[in-house]
Design a protein around this ligand. Structure first.
Ligand code: SF4
Ligand code: SF4
Length: 368
């Protein structure tokens, strides 16, 4: 099972598509769901209790999450030592990676670092000087001997030219890239030009990017661009997928008080509490189904429902959510179109099926 552990809700950044949304003019004054005000900001569970819970899972993967988890770097090594046999991952903004010793860094299977593409774009979203510090810390991570999966996690919006942004990250020393749309996450649709950007830039950009991806496969290398990699691996195998981030069926989140929720963004959403690590069997958690129109959608086996949080909270009205589904449709149709070329590269031995293999539910949502 995959677990996110929220070490702290504090963050040392205030990114434009994340916390800064709450300070925008016209930001929604009330939340469209019950929010539990008692959830502590800092991890308040006994690490030994956490270890006892994870010990009941024969194959645990624990992703340290926040806020910014490296603000509680002091807890990471302590928890690692308590859970032998666990696979560890880290999702970080990258500013404080130098707080972990090389010995600790080498214990991570996967590290996901937030970066949005070129320096000007990243700093526009995340703050002046952030790009330079993140790139320097990624270099230190590699110098420290880290040889696991190192994923650039991009958030993309109307400021993003997707081909340029992905190719920029591809030229940095990451082993994989994932990107996520800032869409249907906050009641901000009326203040944006999402429709114009999707039709004029993002959707055509995905098709151009996919062409580059396939050309590289035909040249003998499979770039680990997760929205293409995971979906193509399944299309090649004829596999359908539930929610591709794993939330609510393979991936659960332990919030700071030990309660369990389906996804890290649903921390404090008390209507969706699934139990507490104190008295819940980690292997008997309920499967949470994506509500809404998804069950009747003809590409649901490809998409999986995209995002449980968005489906529950529905921050955008139906006609605007349809635009987001249109991006999934565009991705699906473009992948199906190039699949014969990918298959031909497999058939003639240019690449191997194992070149597409990866750990699913590793913090990449897959469907942007
Ligand atoms: S494309 Fe839209 S409606 Fe279809 S499964 Fe995905 S999120 Fe649901
Ligand atoms: S895609 Fe949605 S449900 Fe999945 S982890 Fe992200 S916010 Fe949660």
């Amino acid at each position: 099972m995959f677990w996110h552990l929220v070490l702290t809700d504090e963050c040392n950044l205030c990114c434009s598509y994340c916390r800064a949304k709450a300070f925008e003019p016209g930001a929604e004054p009330s939340l469209p769901f019950e929010y539990d005000p008692e959830v502590p900001v800092e991890l308040a569970v006994d690490p030994a209790e956490l270890a006892a819970f994870l010990a009941r899972d024969p194959e645990p993967t624990l992703t340290f999450y926040g806020g910014e988890p490296l603000l509680r770097a002091d807890l990471i090594e302590e928890i690692m030592d308590l859970v032998p046999g666990c696979r560890f991952m880290l999702q970080t903004n990258g500013l404080l990676l130098d707080r972990l010793s090389p010995h600790v860094l080498q214990r991570f299977h996967t590290v996901l670092v937030s970066i949005d593409g070129p320096e000007a774009l990243t700093d526009q979203h995340r703050g002046q000087g952030v790009y330079a510090r993140v790139v320097a810390n990624v270099g230190r991570l590699i110098d420290a001997g880290f040889n696991g999966e190192l994923i650039a996690r991009m958030t993309v919006d109307e400021a993003t030219e997707i081909v340029e942004a992905v190719l920029h990250c591809d030229a940095l020393p990451f082993s994989g890239i994932h990107w996520q749309l800032d869409a249907n996450f906050w009641g901000d649709y009326d203040r944006r030009d999402f429709s114009g950007w999707v039709e004029g830039s993002y959707n055509p950009g995905i098709r151009r990017l996919l062409e580059i991806w396939v050309e590289r496969i035909e040249a003998g290398r499979v770039p680990r661009w997760y929205p293409f990699l995971d979906t193509t691996w399944d299309l090649l195998a004829g596999r359908s997928s539930l929610l591709r981030c794993g939330s609510g069926h393979a991936n659960y989140t332990i919030q700071t008080d030990g309660r369990i929720v389906p996804c890290p963004i649903m921390t404090g959403m008390s209507d969706h509490y699934l139990g507490h690590i104190r008295d819940t069997d980690p292997l008997r958690l309920p499967h949470v189904m994506v509500p809404g129109d998804c069950p009747g959608c003809e590409i649901v086996n490809f998409c999986g429902g995209r995002c449980l949080y968005s489906a529950v909270t529905q921050p955008w009205p139906p006609e605007h959510r349809a635009l987001v589904c249109g991006t999934v449709r565009n991705l699906h149709d473009a992948l199906v179109q190039v699949l014969p070329r990918v298959q031909a590269s497999l058939d003639d031995g240019t690449v191997l099926l194992e070149d597409f293999a990866h750990v699913k539910y590793n913090g990449c949502e897959i469907i942007p």
